[in-house]
Ligand binder design. Structure first.
Ligand code: PHE
Length: 351
C-alpha cells in the first residue's frame, strides 16, 4: 500500500493541527484511504481476504497513532504561541476603582502634609541611603553615641560610612545647605533601625519638621505641634504632654506623648491613662546650624520628628505595628482608604 507511505510523509510535513485534521479526514473519512482499501477486499479471492483485512487494520492502528501524536504536538506549540501573544494590556482603563486601597501610612502622610501645608510648610525629600556624616556627625552626634551602635543602625559598608538613615533629621542639614533662610519644611520618608516588637519595626516612617527664621522660640514649637495634633485627630482638645528629653541636634529637647486607652482591643484617643510617644522635638542646636552654614546669631528655630506609623495606629485603632508591613490584602481592604478620597483640610481629613 504505497498510499500509506504517502500519508505518513504528509503527516511528518504538516505545519498546523488544522492540516493534521485534513489528513485525518483523507484517511478515515467516508471516501478516505481506509474505507477504499476495505472496499477493495470484496474483489479479492476468498483465501486472501483475511490476511489483507488484518494488514489494513494494522495500518489503520499505526496511522491513528501517528495522527494523534502529530495533532497533540502541533496543538501544544500553537497554544504556547498564543499565550505568548496574549499579553495583558496595562494601558486599558480600570473598570472598578474600588479594587485597590490606599495604605493607612500613605493616607496619614497625605493628611499630615495637608495640615502643615496649610500653615506654610513645604515638602522636602532626602535619600534612604545616607552617609554617616549627614545621619550623625552633621547633627552634632558624638563619636561614641549609643545610636551609632551596630545594634541600632543598619550599616551598608563595613567601614560604617554609609547606612540606612535612622531618622529623617539628615534632611534638615541637606535642606539648609541647599538654600538660604528662612526655612519652613516637612520631610516625610522611610527610616530604619534594628528593632522589632509590637510598636517597633525595622523599617518605619517619620516626618521631619524644620522651621528656621529670626526670633523663632520654643513657644512657636509648642503652638505648632498643638495645632497639628488637634487637626490630625480632628478634636478640639487632646491629652498631650511635653517631656524633657535629649537629642544631640536640639537644645533644649522634648518628647511628646499622646494620651489613649484600650477599649475592646482597640486604641481610643482621649482621656485614657496610657501614653504613647509620637514625636521628638527641640530647638535646633547651634552646631547643627553651623554645619549647615547658617549664622546662629541671626537665625534659630525648631525641629521635630514625628513617628508616622504610631499616629496611624492611634487614629485608626490599629494595635500591632507589624501588621502594617505584612502585605495581607484582607487587612488592607479593611483598614485601607478609597484612592479617590484624597484628604483635604476643608472637607475634613478622614470624614
Ligand atoms: N530624629 C529624632 C528621632 O528619630 C527625632 C527628632 C527630630 C528630635 C527633630 C528632635 C528634632 O528620634
Amino acid at each position: 500500500m504505497s498510499d500509506f507511505e504517502k500519508f505518513k510523509d504528509k503527516l511528518i510535513k504538516a505545519k498546523s493541527s488544522q492540516e493534521v485534521e485534513t489528513i485525518r479526514a483523507e484517511i478515515f473519512g467516508k471516501n478516505g484511504l481506509i474505507n477504499l482499501e476495505f472496499k477493495k477486499i470484496g474483489s479479492l479471492p476468498q483465501e486472501d481476504r483475511k490476511k489483507v483485512s488484518s494488514e489494513i487494520n494494522n495500518i489503520k492502528q499505526e496511522l491513528t497513532k501517528l495522527i494523534n501524536e502529530a495533532a497533540a504536538k502541533l496543538l501544544d506549540s500553537e497554544i504556547n504561541k498564543q499565550v505568548e501573544r496574549e499579553i495583558d494590556d496595562v494601558t486599558l482603563p480600570e473598570k472598578d476603582f474600588k479594587i485597590g486601597k490606599i495604605h493607612p501610612v500613605s493616607q496619614v502622610i497625605d493628611e499630615i502634609s495637608s495640615i502643615f501645608s496649610e500653615i506654610g510648610f513645604s515638602v522636602e525629600e532626602g535619600p534612604d541611603i545616607e552617609t554617616e556624616y549627614y545621619n550623625f556627625t552633621a547633627l552634632n552626634t558624638p563619636e561614641n553615641h549609643p545610636a551609632k551602635d551596630m545594634h541600632d543602625t543598619f550599616y551598608i559598608e563595613e567601614n560604617m560610612k554609609t547606612l540606612l538613615r535612622t531618622h529623617t533629621s539628615p534632611v534638615q542639614v541637606r535642606t539648609m545647605l541647599k538654600g538660604k533662610p528662612p526655612f519652613k519644611i516637612i520631610a516625610p520618608g522611610r527610616t530604619y533601625r534594628s528593632d522589632s516588637d509590637q510598636t517597633h519595626t525595622p523599617m518605619f516612617h517619620q516626618l521631619e519638621g524644620l522651621h528656621i527664621d529670626k526670633n523663632i522660640t520654643m513657644g512657636h514649637l509648642k503652638g505648632c505641634l498643638n495645632y497639628f495634633v488637634k487637626e490630625f485627630f480632628e478634636v478640639d482638645k487632646i491629652k498631650m504632654r511635653f517631656r524633657p528629653s535629649h537629642f544631640p541636634f536640639t537644645e533644649p529637647s522634648a518628647e511628646v506623648d499622646i494620651g489613649y486607652r484600650i477599649e475592646n482591643n482597640k486604641i481610643v484617643i482621649g482621656e485614657g491613662d496610657k501614653w504613647l510617644e509620637i514625636l521628638g522635638c527641640g530647638m535646633v542646636h547651634p552646631n547643627v546650624l553651623k554645619n549647615s552654614k547658617i549664622d546662629s546669631n541671626k537665625y534659630q528655630g525648631f525641629a521635630f520628628g514625628i513617628g508616622i506609623d504610631r499616629l496611624a495606629m492611634l487614629k485608626y485603632g490599629i494595635n500591632d505595628l507589624r501588621s502594617f508591613f505584612e502585605c495581607d490584602y484582607r487587612w488592607l481592604n479593611y483598614y485601607g482608604f478609597d484612592p479617590l478620597d484624597v484628604p483635604t483640610n476643608y472637607r475634613g481629613l478622614s470624614k
